[in-house]
Every structure is written in structure tokens, then in C-alpha cells.
Design a protein around this ligand. Structure first.
Ligand code: CO
Length: 200
């Protein structure tokens, strides 16, 4: 599935044309403003464009992606996106979305990534050690890694709750937005919504 560079441009021209054909005002409206209801924090993996899986259009998802969908309370990039999404765009839902068969999760579990990537995913390695007894009970390694994908997403929503942006926003208005933990199953294309009701 390797696309030639030139196809990106020709595909773009065809896509813009078809959008204009079905709605002549489409780009005029789009260029005026964005009013997304959703902030999507996801993995950088090329198989994770959430707009495709959710049939959402430009203007509907505000996006932050990094390797293995980490929410680090010292990541100024993520914190800026979060601040803007919550306090300016006033999104109604924040979705942390990981996926099964995640290379970042596998590399963290197997301790096989070096350099900056190894450093970036080290919190997942700590998480695997924290939940080692639960993970060890799962015989199949892929299933074990998939469980770690779930634990990772849950942990990242916990980290989200610890940020000043979220704590401050919750003091001002409870119920203004909801936080969701999702794991996408690449083998079916389906979203698995995890239960995070107990997270405070
Ligand atoms: Co991934």
C-alpha cells in the first residue's frame, strides 16, 4: 500500500472538485471558522486517521497525535492543544484513542526501542511493570499487548485528569465536556469504548 507522491496532488484536485460539485459553498464555509465538538488524542500510526473510521469531515475533529497516544503533563505541545480545545473551541468530548497492534506498545513491552522513541514510550514500560501480574496471566502475547493498549489508554485519561487545564475547567463547569477512552481494533475497523467511569 505505498502511494506515489504525485498521487497525493492529483487525488487532492479530484477530492476538492467533487466536494465543490456536491456543495458549491463547501470551501467558503470551511474557511470561515472551525467549531469542532471533539478533541482526538491518538497514536501517530498511519492506520489511525480517526476521521475515516468515524466518517467525520474537516472541521469536526481537533487533533493531537503522538507515538502511542501519550498524555504527558510536561508536554507543552499537548497542553497547548488541550488548552485551546477546552478554553477556546469549547469541545464537548475529549477522546483518547489508542489501538490494538500498536508498534509503540509492542516496543515498550519488549523494550526494543532505542533513542528518543525509547525514551518517549518509557511510561508504557513502567505501566507494563505495574500491571505485570495481570498481563502475565494472558498466555497469548498479542492479547497481552492488546490489554496493555487498553491499560495505556486508561492511564492516559488519568493523566489528562491531572492536567491544570482539565482541573480548572472542571471547577468552572462540571459536565461541559466528557472524556472517553477508546481502542480501535485495526482487524475489524471497530472502536472499543472502555469504561472509565471510576476515574477522577
Ligand atoms: Co500505535
Amino acid at each position: 500500500m505505498s502511494l506515489e507522491y504525485s498521487h497525493l496532488i492529483s487525488n487532492n484536485r479530484k477530492w476538492a472538485e467533487s466536494k465543490k460539485d456536491s456543495n458549491p459553498d463547501y470551501f467558503n464555509t470551511l474557511s470561515l471558522r472551525q467549531q469542532p465538538n471533539f478533541l482526538y488524542i491518538g497514536c501517530s500510526d498511519s492506520r489511525m486517521p480517526l476521521d475515516t473510521y468515524t466518517s467525520t469531515e474537516p472541521g469536526e475533529l481537533f487533533v493531537h497525535r503522538n507515538i502511542a497516544n501519550q498524555v504527558s503533563v510536561t508536554d507543552i505541545n499537548l497542553l497547548s492543544v488541550l488548552d485551546y480545545a477546552v478554553n477556546v473551541l469549547r469541545v464537548k468530548h475529549i477522546i483518547v484513542c489508542g489501538h490494538y497492534d500498536c508498534g509503540g506498545i509492542r516496543a515498550a513491552y519488549q523494550n526494543s526501542a532505542a533513542g528518543l522513541v525509547g525514551n518517549w514510550i518509557s511510561p508504557i514500560r513502567d505501566l507494563a511493570i505495574e500491571f505485570q501480574s495481570e498481563l502475565d496471566k494472558i498466555e497469548d502475547e498479542n492479547q497481552r499487548l492488546n490489554r496493555l493498549s487498553e491499560l495505556n489508554v486508561i492511564r492516559q485519561t488519568e493523566n489528562l485528569m491531572k492536567t491544570y487545564v482539565i482541573q480548572d475547567a472542571l471547577q468552572k463547569c462540571t459536565g461541559c465536556f466528557e472524556i472517553h477512552a477508546w481502542v480501535l481494533d485495526l482487524s475489524t475497523g471497530l472502536i472499543n469504548e472502555l469504561d472509565i467511569r471510576d476515574i477522577k
